[in-house]
Write a protein that binds this ligand. Sequence first.
Ligand SMILES: [Zn+2]
Length: 383
Amino acid sequence: MKLTTNEFQRLANSPDKNEIVNVLQELIRFKTVNPPGNESECAGYVVDYLRDAGATVATFEPEKGRTSVVATIRGSERSPSLLLNGHMDVVAAGEDWTIDPFEGVVQDGKVIGRGAADQKSGIAAAMVAAKAILESDVKLKGDLIVEAVADEESLGPLGTRYLLNKGIKADMAINTEPTNLRIEVAQRGVLWLEVKTKGRAAHGGRPWVGISSIYQMVDFLTRIKKLERDLSSKKHPLVASPTINVGTIEGGMRINVVPSSCTVKVDRRLIPGETSNDALSEIRTVLEQASEADTNFKAELKVLLSMDPFETPKDHPMVTALQEATMFVSGTPAEIAGEPIYFEVTRLIDKPTSTSLDVVHHEIERKLRRDHLTSMSNSKLSV
Ligand SMILES: [Zn+2]
């Protein structure tokens, strides 16, 4: 349900501008570095805040210390429901900080700390937005669900995936990772594969007795290089081209032994319009061609990870609502963009009608301007 202009303006102006900064600082002070995560104490803060505000709050702790929070504001008709998803865990802080990365220092109008951008700011924005709605007289038609999840940085099973398996879903979802206020409506998918060529070991002094798995792999990789060129001719207006990268290679045992096995790990990225099944078929075809060219060619193929790309239409009501909200708060139109990197937001989708506010940075110091935080909070209120 779209809010009236009057309702939106009242909501957008209602939070104390310092509150979102204070909430973000509190979130940063919980050391939720993954591994090990330890999100429970941070989750407790989120629970208290949203429960005190009047939301119905549930927690899920599939493993000790790995808690995710689900807070719901019930709408009069329950649907269309909207889910705001953010993760509490952060990557390691590293060494090169000039300030305490878990203090949440405000400097020059910016909140600085591990997780300030990725992505406790998104959680803070969702929390303050939910509270503003609860404190207002605005009645939602659909449910608003705020998720603060564990175990995202390692793409683990204990956060968003766990909640999905528990049946927590919505009609629409916004992933609240930072995007510099761009509205990201498309994301590439990912297919990770392991390919192992299988030769026959022999003494290196009599290589004609063996079959070199490394030479087999060279053949396979030469064909992959050609596939890479073919892929680069495909284009998507928001996320560029599909790509393929061979990230690792391992093979052979000793210098004087014909190698019996060689393994590569292949990272295929997909653009909207492609499916991971299509991409898998392409690799199978490459293997078949190699085997037709050399009857000794043998290989095993294993799928390590598979997530399809997604794209939300630019004229989806959620996208236009975000555009209007951004314009209202910042006075400038939001850029519609796509995301070439894979994020957990894809898990939220079982049909391509979700959007993402997502871009990731793993730099040393996360800096987010205070006015951006306020804008992010406000931008959610019109949806
Ligand atoms: Zn993130």
